[in-house]
Design a protein around this ligand. Structure first.
Ligand SMILES: [Zn+2]
Length: 131
């Protein structure tokens, strides 16, 4: 079950309230209008453990067959967008997401690829510039 935090500031860091930001996409009211908005909403879905949204926004060719097994003790701390590019049907977003596992701070630096398919932006895959 997804956690409900309607009155909170959106976890993705825009400074907007959740219900006026990624909440619109997580609830299915609207589709994310671009790759960056989708990326932000997927980060928020990780924070709120909204597995259904993560599955829905993952391209069929790369989507994991089983639900992501998110670690109980994983706490997401914030999202920083490093760079983004987009044309009519493809987008990339480079970001740094900070989180803690078992009390230890970690950092995910990823450049994600997105594609527009049937009017919806989808996450395809990512590369890790630090590795
Ligand atoms: Zn948001």
């Amino acid at each position: 079950m997804a956690k409900s935090n309607q009155a909170l500031d959106c976890p993705c860091g825009t400074g907007k309230k959740f219900e006026q930001c990624c909440g619109v996409y997580l609830s299915g009211q609207e589709l994310a209008p671009n790759a960056l908005a989708l990326m932000r909403s997927r980060y928020t879905a990780y924070v709120m453990e909204d597995q259904a949204y993560l599955q829905k926004t993952w391209h069929a060719s790369t989507r994991p067959a089983v639900q992501l097994d998110q670690q109980e003790s994983c706490k997401w701390l914030g999202l920083t967008i490093v760079a983004q590019q987009q044309d009519a049907q493809h987008g990339t977003v480079e970001f740094i997401a900070k989180y803690k596992v078992n009390g230890r701070a970690q950092r995910l630096h990823e450049k994600s690829n997105f594609v527009l398919e049937d009017g919806a932006w989808l996450y395809v895959d990512g590369v890790f510039p630090d590795q």
